[in-house]
Ligand binder design. Sequence first.
Ligand SMILES: [Ca+2]
Ligand SMILES: [Ca+2]
Ligand SMILES: [Ca+2]
Length: 645
Amino acid sequence: MTRFGHRGLVPVLLAGIGAPGSYDAAGVGDRSEPALSPELRQAIIDSGPETLLPVVILPAGDGDVLPSPAALALGSEGRRRETIDRLKARAEATQTGLVAELHRLQTAGEVGARIRGLWIVNAIAVDASPAALEELARRGDVARIVLNHRQALPLPAPGAERAAMDVDCGIERMGAPRVWNELGITGRGAVVAVIDTGTCYRHADLANRIWHNDGEVPDNGIDDDANGYIDDVMGWNFREGTNDPDDYLGHGTHVAGTVAGDGTGGSRTGMAPGSSLMLLCINTSFADEAQVWEAMQYAVENGAHSWNLSLGWPHRQNPMRALWRDVCRNAIAAGLTPVVSAGSDGACCRPYDAVWTPGDVPEVVTVGITDCTDVLASMSSRGPVTWQDVSPYNDWPHPPGKLKPTVSAPGINTLSTRMCSGYSFMSGASMSVPHVAGTVALMVEANGDLTPEETKQILVETSIDGGAPGWDNDYGAGRADAYEAVREALDWRDRVSPTALRVTRGDLSRGSPESLRYADDDEVIVEARAQTEVAAASVEIEVEGALPTDNPPAFTVHVRAACGGAPALQRVELYNFRGGFWESVDERAAPRTDEWLTLRFDDDPRRFVEGGTGRVRARIGFHDRGVTFPGWSGRFDVALWVPRP
Ligand SMILES: [Ca+2]
Ligand SMILES: [Ca+2]
Ligand SMILES: [Ca+2]
């Protein structure tokens, strides 16, 4: 099994598979394309008839997935359970007959030992002979068979041992000590799944930080909690198929130390020294995409709040992007916040292929690399990304594509745990990711009700801008700030999002009130053209929502918007219910780049709140200075308000 890693082949197209919300079972089953992907066909030709090829089989009749509005109202545990149940039901309904056939082929020697049906994405991972693949491809319950790439992932090895020193500069820069000392929060109760080379759980700084599977009795040879893994008390070793997730390289231990190292040995290395680590060891020297999905699935099923993925597949390795996105979206639907490396390909692969998979998934928190002085590392993979050619998603067309990374974090000369004792410095994308995964753990303790979407939103909103003003494809929204993120998480409960959107000047070309809920993943775009004089002069939206009280002593309004076209003024108005008129509360030269605007109302804010309903109305617009241009647009990502006690 050595010659299937071909390059320059036709990209794997997964038409009809896996788009939440747009599933079409008939489309999957109608065989508009051959079941064996072109890349797999080539691998069969190259490898000969005796080789068992690693493949992923996608069943037909995929059905609907994701996330039911009912699930969203169930709270975090209910949301997780409901989503898992539905994903499992889908897998069972579509995989059962196929798995029986695979076992028959296994007996005949045509399929290898592994027959692993997954539900986090509806897929079965097997190693199968070319003859078996041809046979499977003719079955009505098979939609598609694609190559399960196995490639070496470039990971740094730990450096020389260093003497203990007080606090790692990265966690200091992120404000973690202030979170522990001023807010009393260390990530207690939070579980971060470290999907990596394993972790040396014997390191003094990690020994008390390991997640324990309460449903599993250790060493009795029985899968007590019936999760499919025997005696899995701290995670699983997917590389060897054992319950011992020890580290075979040192990479995972270093990453784990940045999430949760508690300083027992003298150096404080962990962002969230009160959190727990679920240890999921995978094979990175011969990495197998489906094996990582299985580790991700384990994290979701066993209640991790986040996963730390300090690795990824460069696009030149032709990863199964649509399926990665399905995995990530399903995990998010179940309430997990994925934190993923942007990659370390710098500004390679213009215009949009530098960010690795699954860091290129729009919905995940993708992390770029800064140093301890907030300077971006040259190796940090630059955005944007596009999904225009990846079926069935075909979104985020370029230009401009999707802005990535989401945020940046320190990852240069990071001091952390070195295998089973002591410390070392390491640098890379791998080190930046756990600074953010640890921040998520801190946020979980601060506010266990946050959804993954809200968690991401807070990380974005509280980050410190770097590089070009506003969001950019180098730093993302900016360098993440744990202290501000945790403070915002504590306050988040009372946040109000708009429930109504009206375009008052210009034409709505994209968006709805939902688009305004979270920055980054969707936006409202309003366009004006010269045909109408008023429209040419300005674009503007009006939004409204209700505060939980109509008598707040104070509140803040957050707005993010950008304009294109003419030199313009940005204006924010609130409706003065007492006087019955629109009151201008902010006016400034309009930013061409995205920028957060936070307006605080401490002085008699009640005039902006409708008595009896708590309704607030805001009007946000860009207005030019009397010069009309043929094309003019305004982008609005978030407008929301938060009452302050
Ligand atoms: Ca078990
Ligand atoms: Ca057991
Ligand atoms: Ca910037």
